[in-house]
Design a protein. Structure first.
Length: 144
């Protein structure tokens, strides 16, 4: 009789623990799914950015992308730290914003560094026809 009574007293505790476990699992899966979507979005933007850079500037050998960030409010805005290495040995690093809908690369032009970087890029207007080595923000590498 005492075993039955013991089982009955633990039944509510068991139900609470079961619900807590299910809730924790759901939260974990939701976060995992969100992370996966973020990585896919970043890869899509990164590939589009590199293609836009190739179609706008000549002599690009390598592009390294780090610290991507995305904001949907007030409008879709994606940006990252981008390091460009050219075949002549020069390299420049700057924060670039990219609008995937208009396929436009944006540079702030708010201070002297932005203006210098814009001038540097303008001096390299053209098209890179060769493959470009890309180091993505997630650590993977590829060629476009």
């Amino acid at each position: 009789m005492s075993k039955d009574r013991l089982r009955k007293s633990y039944k509510p505790l068991f139900i609470v623990l079961l619900l807590a476990t299910i809730t924790a699992g759901g939260v974990f899966m939701f976060r995992l799914l969100g992370k996966s979507q973020e990585e896919r979005r970043n890869r899509e933007y990164e590939v589009s950015l590199v293609n836009a850079l190739k179609n706008s500037y000549q002599g690009i050998e390598e592009v390294t992308i780090t610290n991507p960030s995305y904001r949907s409010i007030p409008s879709d805005a994606w940006g990252a730290d981008v390091k460009l290495k050219f075949f002549d040995g020069t390299s420049k690093e700057h924060v670039l914003a990219f609008d995937i809908n208009s396929n436009k690369i944006r540079i702030g032009v708010y201070n002297k560094d932005d203006e210098e970087f814009q001038h540097f890029l303008n001096s390299r207007r053209g098209c890179t026809k060769s493959k470009v080595k890309v180091k993505y923000s997630n650590g993977s590498e590829g060629e476009l």
